[in-house]
Write a protein that binds this ligand. Structure first.
Ligand code: MN
Ligand code: MN
Length: 340
C-alpha cells in the first residue's frame, strides 16, 4: 500500500466548536445581546448558514428584529426558481460585517437580531400557502419583532402586509419594482406574484394617501393595466425619471409622501437593472443600479418602517452571486435602519 493510499489520521480536534462562539455585547438596557458568530474564531465561510452568521431564533428565544425566509415561488408567471432565494441570500450574507459606516450603526448590537429560518409552506395551492404564511408570519412577529422577509416570489408580500395591517391598521407601502404588481387575474388566478398590492388594496390594508412605486418600467398589455393602480393610492416614480431627476430629489419626494405613517417596504430585486440583478424571474432593462437602490433605502432613516421584504431572487439565473449579494445587502440596510 503506497503512502497515498494509507488512511489519513484525523486531526486530534477535527471540530472544536460543539457550541458556536457568538459575539456577545451588553445592550443599551444592560441585557446581553448575542451577535454574529465570532469571525476571529470561526472563518466566515465555516460558521452556521444563518443570515450574516446571526444566531437562530431558537438560540436566543426571542428577538427584536429578525430575518425570515419564505421559499415559495408557485405564484410566478415567467421564470421560476425564487424558492431557492432565501438560502442563497443567506450564503451571500456571510460577508456582512457588524458596523454600518454611512448610518454609523452596529445593527446587531443595539437589540437582539435573529434568523427565524424558513417557513415551510406547500408549493401546491396558493391559497393554502398564503394561509400558512400568514400564521407563520404572525407567530414570527410575536417572537422576533420586526421582520425582513426573504422571498420567494412577490406573492409573499400580500400575507406579509396583511399580518402587519392586523397590528397597525392600513399601512403605507413603498414598493421598489419594475412592475406595478396591482395587475388583474392571470389564467384565472386572482392571486399570483403580479397581484399582491391589488389584493392588499381590495382588502383595505393599504393607506391610499401614502403608497408609492419606484422603478416602474417595461411594456404592458395596454393602458388598462394602469387604470386600477391609480385608485389604490400609489404615486409612481418611473425608472426613466432617474435620468432627469437627481437621486436626492427622488428621496425627498419619497420621504414627503410617506411622512410619519407606518410603512412596509417591499423590494422586488428586478427593480435593479438586469446587469445588477440577472438572477430574477421577469427582468426588465433600464433599471436602477445597486448603489441607487441602497442609497434610497438607507435614506429612509428616521421613517416608521414596520416591515420589509426582498423578493424574486432566483439563483439559477444568477452569475457570481451578483443578485443574492445585492439582496443580502438590502436586508442589512433594513436591519441597520432598525438598529441605529
Ligand atoms: Mn417585478
Ligand atoms: Mn414584483
Amino acid at each position: 500500500m503506497s503512502t497515498a493510499d494509507a488512511p489519513q489520521a484525523l486531526p486530534e480536534e477535527p471540530f472544536r466548536h460543539t457550541t458556536v462562539p457568538f459575539t456577545r455585547t451588553p445592550g443599551p438596557d444592560g441585557s446581553e445581546i448575542t451577535g454574529q458568530v465570532d469571525f476571529s474564531q470561526v472563518p466566515r465561510f465555516a460558521g452556521p448558514s444563518t443570515f450574516a452568521g446571526l444566531p437562530r431564533l431558537s438560540d436566543v428565544g426571542e428577538a427584536q428584529a429578525g430575518v425570515i425566509g419564505i421559499p415559495f415561488d408557485s405564484g410566478v408567471t415567467f421564470r421560476p426558481g425564487a424558492r431557492f432565494g432565501p438560502d442563497q441570500i443567506r450564503a451571500a450574507s456571510r460577508l456582512l460585517r457588524p458596523y454600518h459606516v454611512e448610518l454609523d450603526a452596529f445593527p446587531f448590537a443595539r437589540h437582539q437580531v435573529a434568523d427565524v429560518g424558513n417557513l415551510a409552506v406547500t408549493p401546491f395551492g396558493i391559497d393554502r400557502a398564503i394561509a400558512a404564511m400568514l400564521a407563520g408570519l404572525d407567530e414570527a412577529r410575536e417572537r422576533a419583532g420586526r421582520l425582513v422577509v426573504l422571498g420567494g416570489d412577490h406573492t409573499i408580500a400580500y400575507p406579509s402586509i396583511r399580518s402587519l395591517a392586523r397590528r397597525h391598521g392600513p399601512i403605507s407601502v413603498l414598493h421598489f419594482d419594475a412592475h406595478i404588481d396591482t395587475f388583474g387575474p392571470y389564467f384565472g388566478a386572482e392571486t399570483h406574484h403580479g397581484t399582491p398590492f391589488r389584493r392588499a388594496a381590495e382588502e383595505g390594508l393599504l393607506d391610499p394617501e401614502g403608497c408609492m412605486h419606484i422603478g416602474i418600467r417595461g411594456p404592458l398589455y395596454g393602458p388598462h393595466d394602469l387604470a386600477d393602480d391609480r385608485g389604490y393610492g400609489f404615486e409612481t416614480v418611473h425608472a426613466s425619471e432617474f435620468s432627469t431627476t437627481g437621486l436626492a430629489g427622488i428621496l425627498e419626494r419619497t420621504r414627503a409622501r410617506l411622512g410619519d405613517r407606518p410603512v412596509y417596504v417591499s423590494v422586488d430585486i428586478d427593480v435593479l437593472d438586469p446587469s445588477f440583478a440577472p438572477g430574477t424571474g421577469t427582468p426588465e432593462p433600464g433599471g436602477l443600479s445597486s448603489r441607487e437602490l441602497l442609497y434610497l433605502v438607507r435614506g429612509l432613516a428616521g421613517l416608521h418602517v414596520v416591515g420589509a421584504d426582498v423578493v424574486e431572487v432566483s439563483p439559477a439565473y444568477d452569475h457570481a452571486d451578483i443578485t443574492s449579494l445585492a439582496a443580502a445587502h438590502l436586508a442589512y440596510e433594513f436591519l441597520s435602519l432598525w438598529g441605529r
